[in-house]
Design a binder for this molecule. Sequence first.
Ligand SMILES: C[S@@+](CC[C@H](N)C(=O)[O-])C[C@H]1O[C@@H](n2cnc3c(N)ncnc32)[C@H](O)[C@@H]1O
Length: 370
Amino acid sequence: MVRRVSIGAPGTVLDLGSGSGVLAAAASKMWPTARVTTVDVDPAARFASLVLGLDHLTADATDFDLPGRFGGNGVDVVLSNPPFGGLPPAAAFAGILAAAGLDAIDGFAPSLELLFAAQALRLARPGGAVVLILSDGLATGRRNIAARRALLGAHGIASVTQMPAGSFRRTEAAGFVLSLIKGAPPSDQIELRRVRVDGREDPPVVVDSAEAATRLDHGFHAAIRSGREGRCLRDLGASIVRGSVELGSAELPREAIFHTTDFPSGDVRSALWLPCGAVRPERRVVVAERGDILVARLGRRLEDKVCHVAGGWTVPTSAVLRVRLPGEGGSAIAKVLMTRAGTARLAATARGTGARMLGREDLLTMPLPI
Ligand SMILES: C[S@@+](CC[C@H](N)C(=O)[O-])C[C@H]1O[C@@H](n2cnc3c(N)ncnc32)[C@H](O)[C@@H]1O
């Protein structure tokens, strides 16, 4: 994170939500003459700073008046690895967002993490550097497009670095390092980077701000750029619907239902024959039949969970997407999705880490490797 700071020789550095002081320690090693201050709501965090010989403030980062306690124009560098999850206090949210210039767009998904980002922006001086850890949700989730657009539109983005899963203790959540210059002209060329588990870095991918607002993960944009660009399922006239029943709750026998655990492996994937003995449901439920493709929407390694229905019918659960193509297109497209390139593209398009999610719209617009 300190290496991603894109201004030279800061005089003042703030670590917001300092905890064990790991970021503050890296900052004081990197800039020995800088005045480094730590802030944390947990009184125990004071001791880590004492040991490091740093200034410390026990304070709530969601306090609207926090910037006033630092006086002046703001600090040169703000670093923050905010708490993920949790809702922000309603009272503080609107005011802090507005004061950070992040309130102009509708559709924000309120989160404590976003509030930390807004407060970090308020604490930095104009032209100062803010380097933040972003969760997967804030970096790639559809719910946060408006928040990303607001950040990208108001500040100069120096880089966004995708870190490997397992970067944080006790969680497999991935994280991103966002580095920006407060109030600098918005960048239209945004550098997305990625660090692998072994510490190696992939070649950066440069995206424009509209692409970056869609999502900030290097993995997705690199996959899209690799190889020949194909058309997407929407261009091919596909319709995609999500299964309409839940496992266990439907008034249907288990063998009539298709869940993520039912995906076959091997050659069967491209020609799956489903049982058709049971009485077809009368209710208006989503049914998959000959020619349809089934793709897992939720779960681990969902890129391997693709199959083409060669005969029979089934009722997919809500964790499964049914893809229907005009004519006999299903078989060829299922094969494309099962190639190495198709699998890699599905993996890059799914969001989240661990148990992942593939949205209907994401699958419709995913360029196919054809
Ligand atoms: C994810 S930890 C990061 C700790 C450390 N900076 C690091 O990178 O390992 C988040 C820290 O934010 C602190 N924190 C949580 N809510 C806070 C709040 N409202 N105000 C200030 N600090 C808070 C927690 O006590 C914790 O130390």
